[in-house]
Design a protein around this ligand. Structure first.
Ligand code: TXE
Length: 484
């Protein structure tokens, strides 16, 4: 998988690679803007066969013990390990990620699968439990049962890891799955089919269909024979998926956009604050749902922090993934480049004060590179303050008091994550309790370990991935009440 063209014209359905007669979708290298290969689009009929395979495989797969399923999940993570070098090379080419970030997509997937293998084993002991209550003559037990076949609609920013967040708990719970990778970064998620073969997964437990959202994604979202749709992507598409899922009644998990604040108080360690703020918008070129795109800084330290921030901005080395010393790659697609440079244009029209960057990176002949960008004193009503940009663009506002900081941080339609930087533990705890977001970080990077929870308040989504909550997202609860 070095520099050769990658052509995938098959879907993985019922344990076999089936020819797809669908339209070819070119996959583009964001550095050269040239195709690196293509996938073929699965039709509604292909999706139908994949869903039928997932349904047929469900009774036997769900009847295995958790420990038996855990062994398969561990073999999936072994398959990733065995192909790591090729997968990382492919991810660098397809997404323009720096080497360490490309690798993290796979090490994160392995870590997640291994965690959910352990959860599958633990489920054997938890599967049936007495309910303690005090009604004379009656007794109840709960049973945890797998929800049924599930469909995954995936994004391109962390293609493997975000699939692993869904696949680990689904397989652990006893669900079978149909995966639809993003058409922008489909190759490594199609690898799940190869991994399933190497792991010896029973036919139909894991299926992969490629294609665009409006065709293949929509067919999956509206399929009446799925019990759950798990989606990660934009809030706009999440709403469309939710609407389509009402063709039949399905469970739904939505991990959507964000506009996460990083709040820096005057007692903060400013070097740490500058590093966290920069890292929070530069990781994966800012294409992270938890990107800390809104920096709120206390008035008294605004100038000092801005200076340190500009030092961090100056350290960024834009380049192709294999350029020595590069720290940030291009945006992943033309659409994303147009979106981010469109916001830079809006910033000009709004008259925002730009302290760094503010446009495409002019030093490249090709590629979706944009400059790391800092706007300061951004008005509350600016579109850049309110909307998800999904690029290396940081907007700064200052505040006078803790009360104002909390109010500003919460003044958004999103609620995915938030970061607090302060040396005062009591303040950190107080503010964390008041912020409306699914994951609050204090004095640390916005990492997402599989043992924690992931998901948002408000327009950032429905449900939680990861941890015991992620597993619960693929389980039904059945209570059996009997005469004692
Ligand atoms: O996302 P879409 P796009 C945000 C980010 C980004 C914006 C647009 O702000 O700039 O979304 O990115 C499938 N029925 N995030 O256009 O459309 C599609 O094929 C069913 C946040 O890439 O949400 C892909 O597999 N499926 C984010 C998936 O939805 C449909 C990650 C995501 O695409 C569909 C990515 C339809 N009608 C983008 N339309 C995060 N939360 O991390 C599209 N799809």
């Amino acid at each position: 998988m070095g520099a050769e063209t990658v052509i995938i014209e098959k879907n993985f359905i019922n344990g076999a690679w089936e020819d797809s007669g669908g339209e070819k979708i070119a996959v583009i290298d964001p550095v050269t803007e040239q195709p690196i290969g293509h996938v073929c689009e699965a039709s509604a009929a292909d999706v139908d066969r994949a869903v039928a395979a997932a349904n047929a495989a469900f009774p036997a797969w769900s009847a295995l013990t958790g420990a038996e399923r855990a062994a398969f999940i561990r073999r999936l993570s072994a398959a990733i390990r065995a192909h790591m070098d090729d997968l990382v090379a492919l991810q660098k080419r397809n997404c323009g990620k720096p080497p360490a970030e490309a690798e993290a997509d796979f090490t994160g997937s392995i870590e997640c699968l291994d965690y959910f293998a352990s959860q599958a084993e633990a489920l054997d002991a938890r599967r049936q439990q007495d309910i303690a209550y005090d009604i004379p003559g009656m007794a109840s037990v709960t049973r945890l049962e797998p929800m049924g076949p599930a469909g995954f609609i995936l994004p391109w920013n962390f293609p493997m890891k975000i699939c692993a967040w869904k696949l680990g708990p689904a397989l652990a719970a006893g669900c079978t799955v149909v995966i639809k990778p993003s058409e922008i970064a489909p190759f490594t998620d199609t690898f799940w089919g190869l991994a399933a073969e190497e792991a010896g997964l029973p036919a139909g437990v894991l299926n992969v269909v490629n294609g665009r959202g409006a065709v293949t994604g929509a067919a999956l979202a509206e399929h009446p024979d799925l019990r759950k749709i798990a989606f990660t992507g934009s809030t706009r598409t999440g709403k469309a998926v939710m609407q389509a899922a009402t063709n039949g009644v399905k469970n739904i998990g939505l991990e959507l956009g964000g506009k996460s604040p990083i709040v820096v108080f005057e007692d903060a360690d400013l070097d740490l604050a500058a590093r966290l703020a920069a890292e929070g918008v530069f990781y994966n070129s800012g294409q992270c749902c938890n990107a800390t795109g809104r920096l709120l800084v206390q008035d008294s330290i605004k100038e000092a922090l801005t200076e340190k921030l500009l030092d961090e901005f100056a350290k960024v080395v834009l380049g192709a993934p294999d350029t020595p010393g590069m720290t940030m790659g291009p945006l992943a697609s033309k659409a994303q480049y147009d979106k981010v440079t469109g916001y830079m244009e809006i910033a000009r029209k709004e008259g925002l004060k730009c302290l760094a960057g503010g446009g495409p990176a002019a030093q490249f002949n090709s590629g979706y590179f944009v400059e790391p960008t800092l706007y300061t004193d951004v008005p509350r009503e600016s579109r850049l303050w309110n909307e998800e940009i999904f690029g290396p663009v940081l907007c700064l506002r200052s505040f006078a008091s803790e009360e104002e900081a909390v109010r500003e941080a919460n003044d958004t339609e999103y609620g995915l994550a938030a970061t607090i930087v302060t040396e005062d533990d009591a303040r950190a705890a107080r503010v964390a309790a008041r912020l409306e977001a699914g994951h609050i970080y204090t004095n640390t990077s916005v990492a997402i370990p599989p043992q924690t929870s992931w998901g948002g308040f408000k327009q950032s989504g429905i449900g939680r991935e990861l941890g015991p909550w992620g597993l619960a997202g693929f389980l039904e609860v059945k209570t059996v009440t009997s005469r004692a």
